[in-house]
Design a protein around this ligand. Structure first.
Ligand code: NAD
Ligand code: DAU
Length: 353
């Protein structure tokens, strides 16, 4: 088995589905607290798959985590669990400190105790892979070179500061205790099952619902977009081939200004689902007050991962964004569940006897 935390969220659920799509893959124990961001209906195709064991719980619960490690003896842990939305971290940072820092600390400590108890061969095979973000590096100017693994950490939001803290803990557990860790720092993901508080799904669904498309500030902030299945492939690659204690930047080589992203979405929707009045969805764009501490530009240099482990993204932004829009248009039930809030009842309807 492997243990995945946060596997009912956006990237975690894509990872679990991708992993178990391989009939020869090991099973997954999926530990997720099911916050507002956890959506078990995404994992409905696995309901009868005995290789997927879902556990509702908190990475900060040491009794539960210790018990799961003892019971399932996973050969690897992949830590996706986090509070992930920058805007929420500005309005209420406490949950970010609790899960991203203290939760990660607890997971590391339980893992260390468990790992120390393993026979030497199992210790050598064991991996703890921590999923992190490019936001820990702070903000780039227009002409700065892209973030490398050696770039100094300069987090600017409560979210990125909490992720930076967890990255430092992971590093320390390697250098101090020898825990076999790996860390990935990834750029902005997009694709299926993305919760519509984040820019791309928010714009797709607001456009279709004839709501305003909010652009923070001047809309010229730049993000480096990566299609989520490319991220999943990178994680599998680092898990199998990554050098212990190393960090790997993951990115799509797809730098785009927010305004261009939104205009691209509008143009594709104009083609695939034209508005009844014939006008463009771009008419719904509204410039709104900027996010406090808004980072101007992120850009990832993912050449280490390509050079050393042979990974590179397979989607361009043009192919990935079209697939994403087609996915949202083709999955009205998933969208309705999220928009009505009924996705939160899924665990009661499907998992409680
Ligand atoms: P998400 O918010 O969609 O999902 C997070 C998941 O973690 C949810 O299912 C939630 O229920 C679960 N969770 C939250 N607190 C928990 C706790 N205390 N114990 C157990 N489970 C808990 O996030 P995401 O976008 O899928 O991001 C996953 C990871 O990847 C995060 O660590 C994030 O920092 C990182 N990351 C995200 C992106 C991105 O663009 N989305 C990019 C780079 C890195
Ligand atoms: O860079 C990786 C990070 O990407 C991850 O670590 C985070 O978990 C993930 O949420 C994402 O953070 P961002 O803040 O970049 O993503 P978000 O979708 O919230 O915003 C993308 C950009 O769009 C950002 O510059 C803010 C802007 N924006 C966002 C929203 C929600 C808008 O202009 N309008 C909006 O309504």
């Amino acid at each position: 088995m492997i243990l995945v935390t946060g596997g009912a969220g956006f990237i975690g659920s894509n990872f679990v589905l991708d992993w178990l799509a391989n009939p020869k893959a090991e099973g997954i124990v999926n530990l997720d607290k099911l916050t507002y961001a956890g959506n078990l209906s995404t994992l409905a195709p696995l309901e009868k798959d005995s290789r997927h064991v879902f556990i509702k719980g908190d990475i900060g619960d040491s009794t539960l985590v210790a018990h799961l490690l003892q019971q399932y003896r996973p050969r690897a842990i992949i830590n996706f669990a986090a509070e992930s939305h920058v805007d929420r971290s500005i309005h209420g940072p406490a949950d970010f400190i609790q899960t991203n820092i203290l939760g990660s600390f607890n997971l590391l400590e339980c893992t260390r105790t468990h790992w120390n108890s393993l026979p030497i061969e199992e210790q050598q095979q064991f991996r703890f892979l921590h999923i992190s973000t490019d936001e820990v590096y702070g903000s780039l100017g227009a002409n700065d070179t892209a973030f490398k693994e050696s770039t100094a950490y300069e987090p600017n939001s409560p979210y990125s500061a909490s992720k930076a803290a967890s990255d430092h803990l992971v590093r320390a557990w390697f250098h101090t205790y020898g825990l076999p860790v790996l860390t990935t720092n990834c750029s902005n993901n997009y694709g299926p099952f993305h919760f519509p508080e984040k820019l791309i799904p928010l714009v797709i669904l607001n456009a279709l619902n004839e709501k305003p498309l909010p652009i923070y500030g001047d809309g010229m902030q730049v993000r480096d977009w990566l299609y989520v299945s490319d991220h999943c492939a990178a994680i599998r690659c680092v898990l199998e081939k990554g050098a212990l204690g190393e960090t790997y930047n993951v990115g799509g080589w797809n730098e785009k200004a927010n305004l261009d992203v939104v205009k691209t979405i509008c143009a594709i929707l104009d083609e695939l689902r034209p508005r009844a009045n014939g006008a463009s969805y771009a008419e719904q764009i509204r410039f709104v007050t900027d996010r406090p501490g808004h980072d101007r530009r992120y850009a990832i240099d993912a050449s280490k991962l390509e050079r050393e482990l042979g990974w590179k993204p397979s989607e361009t932004f043009d192919t990935g964004i079209r697939k994403t829009i087609e996915w949202y248009l083709g999955h009205p039930e998933w969208v309705a569940g999220v928009q009505s809030g009924s996705y939160r009842d899924w665990i009661n309807r499907h998992y409680v006897a």
